[in-house]
Design a protein around this ligand. Structure first.
Ligand SMILES: [Zn+2]
Length: 296
């Protein structure tokens, strides 16, 4: 696990074991807030060691940015924390959490100590403010990567923990392109010193606008390209031609996971858009081409 102290009392903890997942810890005068856990229990225990060493009796809160297992598996290791999430996160954990946990345990004994932990406090509408003495944490709905996204903005320090709606490559297989773009636009309204994405390196103030724009551009590009493939009647296998770099994201992004996530994005979009887009009829295509050949 990498430990990055981004201010005097705010840490980012990054997994070495899986996809550069980020967790955060905010030490406020009246409480300690842990934002997400790491996928493997041993790494989450390192967060617990940091928190216990410094908490000095302050109450501990655990905010879950969304229900995906790589961010929530460690929640049960914080039995004394008050766990907070969006209401849709709790619902999804209730519906899928146990099954996902059993599947992980069957794959890897490292997950054996874990059990399902549901958040006690849910955010349903509007923002939730955690006023903890010298720090105010604003929790707000940030859907797009998944419907239940919850972002955390530390007002005094202007630090934004985005959850997975911001990543080195947007990932919308369980989410929605329009919602992702809308959430990223909302982030633009905040003054941000450091943006901590759900995966990958923190983004510093001067780089934030470009990083947001790059992700919006990527999403617009893949929607446009997949539409074009569908209009041309190309099969889904043809999406292999559509390289991640040609859509504006480096192949090496997210430790080289980018091409794989990109391809899954394309397949998901193809599936969704195929309901609304029919290939251009052949007769019309012929007419158009004969007209254009006459004109040339
Ligand atoms: Zn996720």
């Amino acid at each position: 696990m990498q430990r990055d102290r981004i201010t005097d009392d705010i840490y980012v903890l990054t997994s070495d074991l899986y996809a550069q997942v980020n967790a955060g810890v905010v030490f406020a005068s009246d409480g300690v807030v842990v934002i997400d856990t790491l996928p493997f229990p041993d790494e989450t225990r390192e967060i617990i060691a940091l928190v216990e060493k410094e908490a000095e009796g302050r109450p501990i809160y655990l905010v879950l940015t969304h229900y995906h297992t790589d961010h929530t598996f460690g929640a049960c290791l914080f039995p004394n924390a008050i766990a907070i999430a969006h209401t849709l996160c709790r619902k999804r954990l209730e519906e899928h959490g146990e099954q996902a946990l059993q599947a992980a345990k069957a794959q890897d004994p490292a997950f054996a100590p874990l059990s399902l932990r549901l958040p006690e406090v849910v955010v349903k509408e509007g923002d939730l403010l955690l006023r903890l003495g010298n720090k105010t944490l604003q929790l707000f709905h940030a859907p797009g990567h998944s419907p239940d996204g919850l972002a955390v903005y530390v007002r005094e320090d202007r630090i934004l923990f985005t959850g997975d709606v911001m990543m080195p490559i947007p990932y919308i297989v369980d989410g929605d392109v329009g919602q992702t773009i809308a959430t990223l636009q909302r982030f633009r309204e905040l003054q941000i010193e450091t943006m901590v994405p759900g995966h990958g390196e923190p983004i510093l103030r001067g780089e934030v606008p470009d990083a947001i724009q790059a992700n919006i551009n990527y999403l617009n590009t893949i929607v446009r390209e997949v539409r074009r493939y569908l209009q041309q009647g190309k099969p889904r296998e043809a999406l292999r031609e559509l390289d991640v770099e040609s859509c504006g994201i480096p192949r090496i992004a997210l430790n080289g996971l980018a091409p794989q996530l990109h391809h899954r994005n394309l397949l998901a979009l193809y599936q969704r858009l195929s309901a609304e887009i029919q290939p251009a009829p052949r007769a019309r295509a012929t007419k158009t081409s004969s007209r254009s050949s006459r004109a040339s």
